[in-house]
Write a protein that binds this ligand. Structure first.
Ligand code: GRG
Length: 304
């Protein structure tokens, strides 16, 4: 992806992230199913157990290792981010939002159960994410102050300044054509903020210095926008089978997208430009960019 030759493939990083995250979330799902019980316990376990690509988990881990982190306990921080992401998918698919039936190759939570149950499960996943994060901080032996910084980073990225704010703007923009600057604001919030936070969290968990954390954040900011541009492209070029979710939703919902504003080829080029720039932030700060660069390359060339 850059001047630095990747020493590890994105495929291997993602496979490792999937293995660790899925195992950890499966054990949380078992515990919560037993604690909550009934239909809500089953629905929460269903949502938590859906198999994602685990890009955010891989970014957390790669960022952590890039600045010297070595503990396997980072898997818990990655799982906390994936839990917030899963909550957002459960709510995003609801009829009052993007109204979708298919997610990660399975029925969406509200289609498998029902809308009130899926709504409650989405909300329940937020405190679950906090518990997963706190357990990870304990396993990593991090002081309370570092846990506080991580929690603030994660939940602010998930809030009005990030994911919720971006989704809000996105819903309001349905049926309207946004200018590019407005679309960037939507994408940076809706999708970019959590991806940026994944990278920042890896740095905070490794107790890296401010310059290194800032470089990871800048990397995450660019790669987060690139991720959503690639998503816009895939929504109109991929099939539902490849994507594990209904293809063509953006057009069906009359959403503004990069493809609508720039066309497929120019949108792809912009995502690639951002991925290159993302890695330059790391190189400039002397943060090894091999693994993160490999993930950046994957994010803009993926087929699902
Ligand atoms: C109340 C306004 C309001 C919002 C609630 C629902 C919500 C919060 C936010 C939606 C955020 C969202 C779903 C953004 C889309 C992000 C995106 C591109 C998801 C797909 O990510 P992948 O491809 O999915 O990494 P997997 O399944 O692999 O994890």
């Amino acid at each position: 992806m850059t001047g630095t030759t990747p020493t590890v493939s994105a495929g291997a990083l993602l496979a490792e992230a999937r293995e660790r995250t899925d195992a950890l979330l499966a054990s949380w799902a078992d515990r919560l199913r037993a604690e909550i019980g009934g239909r809500h316990g089953d629905a929460l376990a269903y949502a938590l157990g859906t198999p994602g690509k685990r890009v955010r988990a891989a970014l957390v881990t790669a960022a952590y290792r890039a600045v010297g982190g070595r503990s396997p306990g980072i898997a818990g921080v990655a799982a906390a981010v994936e839990t917030v992401h899963t909550y957002s998918l459960v709510h995003d698919d609801l009829p009052c939002m993007d109204d979708d039936d298919l997610r990660r190759g399975r029925l969406t939570t509200h289609r498998q159960f029902d809308v009130p149950t899926a709504t409650r499960v989405g909300f329940l996943l937020v405190p679950v994410a906090a518990s997963v994060l706190a357990a990870a901080a304990e396993e990593l032996g991090l002081p309370a102050e570092v846990l506080g910084r991580m929690a603030s980073e994660l939940f602010q990225a998930g809030g009005i300044e990030g994911m919720v704010g971006g989704q809000w703007l996105d819903l309001e923009a349905e049926g309207r054509t946004l200018a590019l600057a407005q679309l960037i604001e939507v994408h940076r919030g809706k999708t970019g903020a959590l991806i940026r936070a994944s990278c920042t969290l890896g740095g905070i968990a490794a107790e890296a210095g401010p310059a290194q954390v800032a470089a990871l954040t800048a990397f995450g900011e660019d790669i987060g926008l690139a991720f959503q541009i690639a998503d816009d492209v895939l929504d109109c070029t991929g099939t539902s089978e490849e994507l594990g979710k209904t293809a063509g939703r953006d057009a069906a919902l009359a959403k503004s997208t990069y493809v609508g504003l720039l066309g497929v080829d120019e949108a792809r080029r912009e995502a690639e430009r951002l991925a290159r720039r993302a890695v330059e932030h790391l190189d400039a700060a002397g943060v090894p960019s091999g693994a993160l660069g490999a993930l950046a390359g994957y994010i803009v060339s993926r087929s699902s």
